[in-house]
Structures are given as C-alpha cells and as structure tokens.
Design a binder for this molecule. Sequence first.
Ligand code: 6R9
Length: 699
Amino acid sequence: NHNHNHNHHFRHADSTASPPSSAVAKISHLKAVVLGDAPASEEDDVVLPSHEFSRQALVPSQQKYLEMYKASIENPAGFWSGIASSEFYWKQRWGDQVYSENLDVRRGNIKIEWFKGGITNVCYNCLDRNIDAGLADKIALYWESNEPGFDATLTYSQLLQRVCQLANYLKSVGVRKGDAVVVYLPMLMELPITMLACTRIGAVHSVVFAGFSSESLAQRIVDCKPKVVITCNAVKRGPKTIFLKDIVDAALIDSANKGISVDVCLTYENQLALKREKTKWKEGRDIWWEDVVPKYPTSCDVEWVDAEDPHFLLYTSGSTGKPKGVLHTTGGYMVYTATTFKYAFDYKDSDVYWCTADCGWITGHSYVTYGPMLNGATILLYEGAPNYPDPGRCWDIVDKYKVTIFYTAPTLVRSLMRDGDEYVTRYSRKSLRVLGSVGEPINPSAWRWFFNVVGGSRCPISDTWWQTETGGFMITPLPGAWPQKPGSATFPFFGVQPVIVDEKGVELDGECSGYLCVKSSWPGAFRTLYGDHERYETTYFKPFPGYYFTGDGCSRDKDGYHWLTGRVDDVINVSGHRIGTAEVESALVSHPQCAEAAVVGVEHQVKGQGIYAFVTPVEGISYSEELRKSLILTVRTQIGAFAAPDKIHWAPALPKTRSGKIMRRILRKIAARQLDELGDTSTLADPGVVDQLIKLADT
Ligand code: 6R9
C-alpha cells in the first residue's frame, strides 16, 4: 500500500523547492569577498569561491549544480541508479524499481525502500573494491593518540586483514547475519575495524558513544539484545583515564537483571591507558581481543545482503525519555554517504581527511567511517581531547599529517576561538583546503573566525545540515559552486527537496520561515525506529502529513539560502513574536566580549515567555553591569527590542553533552528555578557545571 515513484515524481517536478536559477544574478548586489583575497569582514555578505578553487572542483559553478540538482529531482531513479551502478559493486542488480516510498500517513504505513533486490556488502565496497582498484598500499587510517608522540597507520590491505580476523572471530562465537553487536569503544582503530567487521558478516552494529553512563548502555543492550559486546579496558582523554570496562561490567549486570544476558564481552587491552592485570575480569564471559582475534585467518568471505537489509542501529534521544533506535539499511545509505562526502568536501584522492566527531555519533558513522572509506580516502582518527595538552593540538595534528579537509562542530570552533588566535597562528595549516561544520547552526562570528583565522581566508566552509535520521548531508554548500553566506547551510544536496511549512503544514514560498520538512525520500533516509515503527510514524510523519518533519526551524532568504534556526522545541514565543533561541544566541555571541551563549524561554507574566540567556564571557573578561547592558543592547540592535533578553545569567561554562550539544533541558530548569527537577545530569561532559550555574543564579 505504498505508491510507486515514477508518475508521482514527475507530477511534482515543477513545484519543487529548487533554488531559483536567478540566484546567480540576485546575489550580485551583495558585498562580496573572494576566497584567498582578503579576510571576510562583518560587511561582507557573501564569500565567492575563487577561480582556482572552482576550476578544480567537482561541481565548478552554480549552473552546474542547478543542472545536476534539477536532474536529481526530476528523475531520482535515474540519477541515483546511475551513481549506484557506476561507483559501487553489486553482486546482483536491484529489481525494476529503483525505489518506492510512501511518506504520507493518510495513505497507509510509511515505507521507504531503495535498490530493493540489489545484493551488495558495504564492507566489500569500502575495502576489497578499493584494493582491487589499486589502493592496497594507500593509507586508510592514521591514528593519533591522546598522548602526543604515539601514533599508528594502516593501509587499505592491512585494514582489510584486521577486519577479516575480527569478522572470523565474531562468526566463531556465533554471530550471524542480522544479529546485533553492541560496541562501546573510544576512538581507537579498533572502532572502525569493528564496524566494518560487523558489516562484512551482515551483523548489525550498535555503537554506543563511550561517554554514556552504564544505565544508558544497559538500556541500549536491553533494547537490541546483542550476541556480543565489544569494548576496551580503559582510555585516556586529556589528563583523565576513563575505565570503560567497569562501565560495561555495570551495564551487563543491569541488563542481566532486566532479563538480557550477554555471553561474550570482547575486550581490547588499551595498553597506553591500563594494563590487563589491573582490569576487572569475569572469567567465561570476558575475552581479551589480543588473545583471540590475531589467531584468525586474514581473509573472510563476504556475507552478501539485500540493499534493504539492516546495516546498523544508532540510538538518539527524543523528546521522551526512551532513546530511539534509528535503523539504517544497506544500499541507500552506502550510495548516499559516499556521494554526499565526495561532493560536499570536493574530495580528491590526495586528500587527508580529518573529522573530529566520535564514531559513537552519526557523524562518526557516515563521515569518519563509511562515506570517506567508500571513496578510498585517507582518514585521520584522533583518540583524545581537542585541547590537550593545549588548545593548539588540533593545528599541531593538521600540520603533522598535512590534513586537507577538516570537519568539526561549532562548539569546538567557539571554544578554540575563546582560547585566542596565537594557538592557531603558531602552526602553518597550509595543507588545509576545505573546512566543514556540523551539529548546530554556526553563528556568523564563529564562521568568520573559522574562515579567517583557521583557514587563512583560503578555505571554503561546508556547513552541513543533517541528522542521525537523514543518514547524510541534506543541506550543504558545494564548495566550488556556491557563494557562501556566513552562517547559512545554503542549498539542498542532490535529490533532497526541503520545504518550509507553516503550522498548518502549508508550504511557504520565497522569503519565509517556518518548519523544515522534506518531501519525497532520499537514499540515506532511516527506515524505522527499531522495534517501534509506530513511534517513527508519529514522531516524523504525523505532524505534517505528506512530509518528513525534521524538528528544525528554518528560514529562506530572498536569495534562496537556507538558515537553520535551531530545533523548534527551542523556539520562544515572546508577546506573539516567534524568536529562535539560535538567533538571540548568534546576536549575543557577536558581541566581542561574549564567548558563548545559550538562550531558553521562561514563563513571563505579561509576554507569555521571556528570554533567559546564559552567557560565558571571553577569557579574561569579568561580569559587570556594564557588560550586561551592552549585551542586551547588541540583541536589541541586531534583532529588535522584542528579542532583548530579560535575564543574563553569567555562566563560567555551559552544560554540554559529550558530543558538544548544550543540554537546554537543564538550562530551562535552572532558568525556571526548578532545581529539584534537573533530571539526569550524568550524560554531561562535566556535571560540575550545573552546580556552578546554580550558585551564580542571582548575581
Ligand atoms: C549530524 C547531527 C541533528 C540536529 C538537527 C539540527 C542540528 C546539525 C546542523 C544543525 C544547523 C547545521 N544540526 N547540523 N543545525 N546547522 N549544520 O548533528 O545529527 O546529532 O542527530 O543532530 O542537529 O538541529 O536537527 P544529530
């Protein structure tokens, strides 16, 4: 009971939200700077790609982008099957239908399928296919330890051997196609090795970020019932040692109490952090990786799977307590992550690519592991903290490995910005070619600092908007094609039809703002929430029937650029004015003395909601009444009087998750002085931050 794509798509081809073809002409009135010519100043509205950059780019002009985009929307089946068949290995081609979809709850169950009937294997496409194409001796992974001076490398053929040994071990303990494997590892080479080994044998990995508490880990184990858990004894992050095995032990007790017992806990001995003698051990269940895995053969047959067989599960938080198990399948995810990686970073074979995300998050799945590896890229993995032993570490690493593509999160950009330019400028960074940003909207002042100071005004920034659910980039600049506006994710990727709707679900045209939805599927879309298809439909497809609802707010400017304004659950309504917390934050952060800001709504007697801002001043600047007034004035002048914060709460630091997202739930409770309802603070990177904030509440 789902409709078949062909006529459906052609019918809608004319009414899609494709970028205006006149955008080229329209932006010419804006003040612009060309890459490499001069720093981007506050007055520059756009940064144009230089001729040198565009000339060598995969998509060298807006016109070329528009042509390809149009083709991808008018004929998604043709567009994606062309890429799928020319750039990947399929044991058997998919059936007549490239894809089928129903995204409309009014027509029955939500269902998305791509390349159904096609038989392939993602690990084979990452490794064997690249080796056959001549990349056997190319470096696949560089690994840099938390401790400067310790590192390692693996070529593509060495990586394949390691993957096969683990795959053979997993088969020997009974892991079969479709079985779940829970992975709780830090950023060691063994993490991507584990993901690829599971993929090789058709097992479904569920990587849990190794910063989650034992309860969270147990919850995930209970939900997906793995045959095996893979971990390591400990890891060093900055000056701290984290005893991961102890956390796993606690989680396994917890899950056994809930009726799910795991027979095998394969544990890697991370000697730089902790010797095996000091590791707590449960005989019979726990097995040292180093004792068994190297004994297995270095080749392993591939388990050929259907394009729609499950590839992996990744839990993400929703609005209610229970985490959602986002399920990605094989073929569409493979084609989509590889293609988005290639175009959004303008990938070249000679690139050295570094994404600072942990493999415990979707960014680490799609853009540390699969996307780059499918392209045969050289990937850098960094185990440690980005500011250890000092805030120059990232640039030290960039110079050491001659990194060409550097992809990170705005929160890291802002925190390094706060530490001062000297830590950046003492390194050369001349290898850098393309920069990337992900995870939250990047405010224009952080964008400019990233662009001017880190990239020396030479490197385009791909501000990639996407989600765990989308599998890959959805709205992103293509660095050689589009003039960039600092803070805008620009335009949709090929095949993606973003629409902005009002509260009634009516599509808005031209310059507008509202809820960001997507109409029609793309290959990398998630297919369900594990074990709860109903929640999948309710959360994502019922709010605006006919569309996938992203949960984000977005506006489109007169030139067609997209500006993400944050989660709509973070929108504040002040006297009937809808204000994105991100807008107010961006204004605050543009103040030269403000390092970081987080804004939440609080109940307000007259206005409905008031604006409550947590503000971290720049290093060396102390709180003062004068600064408070000047911050409020900045917001008044940048957005309007209605957006002026009612309260500035000084914050030496903000409560963040390990992935760097600000925990607004906690800030809302502090703002509302509901201090007994703070809830679980154990997933914070530093739970001590909360006490600090409470102490400063009324200063
Ligand atoms: C990839 C990832 C998804 C949410 C998403 C949005 C925010 C991510 C963004 C961005 C503005 C960007 N987000 N990238 N907002 N600009 N470039 O982060 O996935 O952890 O699932 O988070 O992150 O709010 O809805 P995930």
